[in-house]
Each structure stands twice: as C-alpha cells, then as structure tokens.
Design a protein around this ligand. Structure first.
Ligand SMILES: [Fe+2]
Ligand SMILES: [Fe+2]
Ligand SMILES: [Fe+2]
Ligand SMILES: [Fe+2]
Length: 413
C-alpha cells in the first residue's frame, strides 16, 4: 500500500494558517538533540526559504491578479512553515555552532544524494562540491576549538569525520567555471529533479546564512573565514542551480518545488527519532500535499497540462540523513585534485598555465591573507596541531596528513 500523492488531499489550504503560539515552538536542547535532527531542521529551513523566495520571484513576473493572490496565499504558508522549522534552533547554540551543523548538512546530504543519483553528470557535480563543503567543516571546526574551546565532534556526533577536503583556498575559481550543463526535467529521473532542487535550496540557505551572520564574528580572522567560505557557497549555488532545467515554465517549477517539499518532509519522517519533531514533518507534509493539488489545478487551467505526467504518484526512494564516512573517504582519495574547466571536472594539473583559474587564484589569494589557511596556521601555533576527527584511519590523501604544518602554496597534492 504505497503512499500516493495524487490520492492524498492533505490539509485544505484555507486551514493552513496557524497562530503565533503554535509557530513559536520550544527549541530543542542543544545537548540532547540528535545531530541529524538538527541537520534535518537546517535542511528543511533551507527548502522553505527557497519556497518563499521562489514564489516572490515568480510573483514579480506575473501580471494576472488572481494568480498573484494565489501565490501570496501559498507563500504566506511557506513562510509560516519556515518560521516553525527554523525556530527549533535554541539561542544557546552560537552562530559558529550552528555553522558546524550547516556544513554537516552539506557533507551528509550531498554524499547521500551522490550515492543515490541516477544521472552520472549530476552525481559528478555532487561529488565535486562534496569535498569542498567537507573542507569547510574542518576550517570552521578549527576556529571553534581555537576560539571557544569547543570540539565540533560534540555537535556532529559520531556520524561525520572532520579533516581537510579539497582545501578551501584551492576552491576559488573564475565564475565562468561554476556553470554546469542542465538536465531536461521532462526526461530526467524524478529523483534527479528532486536532488537538484534539494541541494540548490540547501546551498542557497548556507550562502544566505553566511551573507548575514559572517560579520557577527568577533575576530578579523573569523570574519575573513566566513566571507571567504560564503564566496564558495555562491559558487556552489551557481553550480547546482545551473543543473536545473531552465525550460520549465514558472508554474511547472512551482509544482516541482511543492512536490519536492512534500517528498522531503516525507523523507524526514522516515528517520526522525524525536516524536515532537516528527509531528512537525507530518503536518508540513500534509500541507505540501494540498499545495501540490493546488498547483496541479493551476497548471491545468493556465497551461492545459497535467503535472502528474512528470511527477509520479509514488515518491522516489527517501532522502535520508545518515553517516557516509566510507563514501566521503573514497571520493576524497579519487577526486581531491579536481578543479573545473568550463562545465567539466578535470585534474588541476591538466590546466594550461595561463588558465583563468590561476589568474583568479592570484586575485583573491595573492596578497598573503587567506583566512581558510590562516585559521589552521593559527590553531597549530596555539595548540601544536590542527583539530580533526579521523575515526576511520589516516587521511586518504597522503599530502593532507600533516597536522603540524600548513602547506604554504596552493595545491599541495
Ligand atoms: Fe513549504
Ligand atoms: Fe560549505
Ligand atoms: Fe556548499
Ligand atoms: Fe509548499
């Protein structure tokens, strides 16, 4: 008895607005929360932020007053959902502790999507950026231990290792090399369409978060680290959003968004151990189902198409937050030295010496202040070695094993 989205009506749209007391949820306890409950919250917040911003962008391209009002209605609900999900984070978690959660999402979500992605090019794109976010986790974890004496393993639990990935300073590329080829949403596997929407929303939320909180950090080095990594998140959003099919209509995109929201809440329910949080996922799933039916009607009326032809009644396999240590290590062993050339991923030493990669590197890293490198340098100076959590043995890339010194030049491998 499979769950069929075209048979489930959900909560009627006119009953979806909730009062402030309901929305103002008790935050979780930072000491007892399951790390993956935290990351599911971060992820679903990102998906709701994308839902709201997408509907704003859509509305700015619509002249039809009725449609504009319909978009405003659904958008108001998306915004309420966003508040409820994001308000689960307690004030006792610092900005930097929350940041560790964001990068854990980026690691374990990306790895899971890559492992289950049917399209080889989309999988390659996921593997490629996986190693970059994995490195961000390491850099922020070093800042956290150095400045606050807090070990990031208390936040990520035993699920995720912390060690260098593709070094952040090597991730800075010319903007032209952040644009990818796009899929065809009508012929792509539905899971591919969902993966692209999910990872774009997650990376966009990380980008937004750093854009806003990066200047809240008290030290120049920490502020620098946020702005440097924020620029990589900009690259990641460019990278992932360009995979999506630009030939879908706005209405089709709206339906895909709501389908993905429903699919992701349903996925979250499969593995959520906290009954109170699970109830939020369940309620929001029922809301999204109604959005989806609403979208189906709109597309029928306005474009004379049935989105059920593109979006199957039965969801694809669920997207689950789980540990991916072996997978991450395997990708690291094989792909750390890749960079991008146009739409392709290539070994950095295959680039001609006059490639725009090198001139871009010089522009941003050239004067000697590189926060992502300097944070490790300073940590080593203060504590004798860097901070890492290697539970599965030595680092898979030999050149990234040294813990007492930082390679001075880019691309040490
Ligand atoms: Fe939503
Ligand atoms: Fe990141
Ligand atoms: Fe990222
Ligand atoms: Fe929605």
């Amino acid at each position: 008895m499979g769950f069929n989205v075209w048979q489930e009506k959900g909560i009627p749209l006119e009953k979806q607005i909730r009062n402030w007391e309901t929305l103002d949820v008790q935050p979780y306890s930072k000491l007892d929360v399951d790390p993956y409950t935290r990351t599911r919250g971060i992820l679903m917040n990102g998906i709701e932020v994308e839902a709201a911003l997408f509907l704003h962008q859509f509305a700015r391209h619509v002249e039809d007053m009725d449609l504009k009002r319909n978009l405003a209605m659904v958008r108001r609900v998306e915004q309420q959902q966003q508040k409820m999900v994001n308000w689960m984070i307690p004030a006792s978690e610092s900005t930097l502790e929350v940041t560790i959660g964001y990068e854990q999402v980026a690691v374990d979500l990306t790895a899971y999507l890559a492992r289950t992605e049917p399209d080889p090019y989309v999988k390659a794109a996921l593997d490629f950026a996986l190693l970059e976010d994995f490195d961000h986790l390491y850099r922020y974890a070093n800042l956290l231990e150095m400045d606050d004496g807090i070990k990031a393993e208390r936040i990520v639990g035993d699920y995720t290792e912390i060690m260098p990935g593709r070094p952040t300073m090597d991730e800075h590329r010319h903007p032209f090399d952040s644009v990818r080829k796009h899929v065809d949403c009508k012929t792509a596997d539905p899971l591919t369409n969902m993966h692209i929407l999910t990872i774009t929303a997650a990376e966009q939320q990380t980008m937004n978060y750093y854009m806003n909180v990066g200047n809240r950090y008290p030290s120049m080095l920490g502020r620098g680290l946020y702005l440097e990594i924020a620029q990589i998140e900009e690259q990641h959003v460019s990278h992932y959003e360009s995979l999506a099919d630009p030939n879908c209509t706005w209405l089709e995109m709206m339906a895909m968004h709501d389908y993905n929201e429903a699919y992701m809440y349903w996925s979250c329910m499969q593995s959520e151990p906290d009954p109170r949080v699970k109830q939020i996922w369940q309620t929001h799933l029922e809301m999204e189902l109604a959005h989806l039916h609403y979208d189906r009607e709109l597309v029928k009326q306005m474009e004379n198409k049935d989105i059920a032809e593109m979006l199957p009644g039965e969801f694809p396999q669920p997207t689950i937050m789980q540990s991916n240590k072996d997978y991450v290590r395997q990708v690291m062993a094989e792909q750390t030295s890749l960079t991008a050339n146009g739409t392709e991923f290539v070994p950095v030493d295959s680039l001609p010496k006059d490639h725009r990669f090198y001139s871009y590197q010089k522009m941003v890293n050239g004067n000697g202040f590189v926060p992502s490198r300097d944070v490790i340098k300073e940590h080593i100076e203060k504590r004798g070695q860097d901070y890492r959590v290697e539970t599965e043995g030595p680092h898979p890339v030999e050149k990234l094993r040294a813990r007492h010194e930082v390679p001075a030049e880019a691309m040490p491998y």
